[in-house]
Design a protein around this ligand. Structure first.
Ligand SMILES: *[C@@H]1O[C@H](CO)[C@@H](O)[C@H](O)[C@H]1NC(C)=O
Ligand SMILES: *[C@@H]1O[C@H](CO)[C@@H](O)[C@H](O)[C@H]1NC(C)=O
Ligand SMILES: *[C@@H]1O[C@H](CO)[C@@H](O)[C@H](O)[C@H]1NC(C)=O
Ligand SMILES: *[C@@H]1O[C@H](CO)[C@@H](O)[C@H](O)[C@H]1NC(C)=O
Ligand SMILES: *[C@@H]1O[C@H](CO)[C@@H](O)[C@H](O)[C@H]1NC(C)=O
Ligand SMILES: *[C@@H]1O[C@H](CO)[C@@H](O)[C@H](O)[C@H]1NC(C)=O
Ligand SMILES: *[C@@H]1O[C@H](CO)[C@@H](O)[C@H](O)[C@H]1NC(C)=O
Length: 340
């Protein structure tokens, strides 16, 4: 009986879709109901990267699996933060606080210490802007990011112009549970998202999209440790946030629905045009210089085509368009939220 009903409903739905004015592909490729901020999409597994994407610097060259600690061990947890290296020379950009975040661990039993961070497989430019290939109609993205764990903490690197500070101490058992979560997080959270998108600079403004980058991984790790019982020290923790300001975004669809055979060619060309001036090849420094140029473009036209969750979104841009801030996001309270 239930299957008969199911078939009937399916048939009814198909009939409705066939007769509706709305193209089917548009409905399918976008979220059915929009929740703000748009939830970051998790995947079942990490796909192999395309051979077109070639890293200038090898991702995680000294990486190792996360070791199993003895349950009774005592593990110190450090907040690590340092300026992105190209900003240490005193030019204009050097005064912007563009920081990279990581977490450090030190085992009291073995005396060994470790660094854990999350970053782009093909650098920031590639995660923010696509390649426009003459042979491929859709913009081509090399935008994966992943966690990297390795033995050692380079004290001088973090301390000298940044931060190396103890934030909590946990048991080996808690560390091991965190390690399981890191593996889950690393397998399912795959794509780097540079931009935070908000309605306005006000504190209680609507957030349309949350970024997904190094500092968010560090914050998720702290959150996970708090859920597992870690108690954090009371210290101020600021992070670099790159924010765009826009009115309510609209979803246009994904690569297939826009650039595929059934796509809207006008829209496809508009998106290609938008991305034409931006070069994904650049170094981090020229990336931020280019951001200022991008700003010109965005201010003049009041529009931005955002790629988020593998979907294209239209942002009706608003003053002040874009901001890079170094703002506080407090350490979590312990046992705040259960679950993964
Ligand atoms: C776009 O969305 C459709 C419908 O959900 C799906 O079949 C297709 O695989 C998606 N394309 C990409 C590139 O994700
Ligand atoms: C960005 O991707 C392109 C295409 O694969 C690659 O040639 C370039 O080296 C990448 N940039 C960096 C900094 O890795
Ligand atoms: C995360 O995934 C990447 C890509 O598969 C892998 O290279 C890296 O070792 C993983 N990190 C951890 C901490 O397991
Ligand atoms: C990490 O270990 C290295 C090598 O033993 C040592 O030089 C460094 O001071 C340690 N750092 C921390 C924060 O424990
Ligand atoms: C810290 O900053 C100074 C001056 O800006 C620079 O000379 C030095 O190399 C930096 N140190 C590290 C470890 O990056
Ligand atoms: C195609 O996209 C353009 C630009 O977004 C839009 O103005 C137009 O209405 C779209 N056409 C169809 C048939 O959806
Ligand atoms: C850290 O953030 C707080 C609040 O967001 C801000 O008042 C403070 O100036 C920031 N600290 C630095 C060093 O920028």
């Amino acid at each position: 009986m239930a299957t008969v009903w199911a078939r009937f409903l399916l048939w009814l739905l198909l009939l409705l879709l066939l007769h509706s004015e709305i193209p089917v592909y548009l409905m399918a490729a976008c979220p059915r109901q929009t929740r703000w901020p748009v939830p970051y999409r998790r995947f079942d597994y990490r796909p192999k990267t395309d051979p077109y994407c070639q890293a200038r610097y090898t991702f995680c060259p000294a990486g190792s699996p996360i070791p199993l600690m003895i349950d009774e061990d005592v593990i110190e947890v450090y907040r690590l933060q340092a300026p992105v290296w190209e900003f240490k020379y005193g030019d204009v950009l050097g005064h912007m606080k563009i920081m990279h975040d990581a977490v450090g661990f030190k085992s009291m039993l073995s005396g060994k210490n470790y660094t854990m961070e999350w970053y782009e497989l093909f650098q920031l430019g590639n995660c923010t802007f696509p390649h426009l290939r003459p042979d491929v109609f859709a913009p081509f993205w090399c935008n994966q990011g992943a966690a990297c764990f390795y033995e050692g903490i380079d004290d001088a690197h973090w301390k000298e112009n940044g931060t190396l500070v103890l934030v909590t101490t946990v048991s080996g058992a808690i560390f091991n549970q965190m390690a399981k979560w890191v593996n889950y997080d690393n397998e399912t959270g795959i794509y780097y998202e540079t931009w935070t998108v908000k309605e306005s600079p006000d504190d209680n403004a609507k957030i349309w999209f949350d970024s997904y980058e190094c500092s968010k991984f560090v914050q998720r790790t702290y959150q996970k440790l708090a859920e597992l019982g870690a108690v954090f020290k009371k210290i101020q923790t600021n992070y670099t946030i790159v924010t765009l300001f826009s009115g309510e975004p609209t979803c246009f669809g994904n690569e297939t629905s826009i650039f595929g055979p059934q796509g809207n060619n006008t829209l496809a060309l508009a998106i290609r045009d938008f991305y034409t001036p931006f070069k994904p090849y650049q170094s981090v420094k020229s990336f931020f210089i280019n951001l200022l140029k991008i700003l010109d473009e965005v201010v003049l036209n009041h529009k931005f085509y955002l790629f988020y969750n593998l979907e294209y979104w239209f942002l009706p841009m608003k003053y002040p368009y874009m901001k890079v801030v170094y703002e506080e996001i407090p350490l979590p309270n312990s046992n705040t939220k259960p679950g993964m």
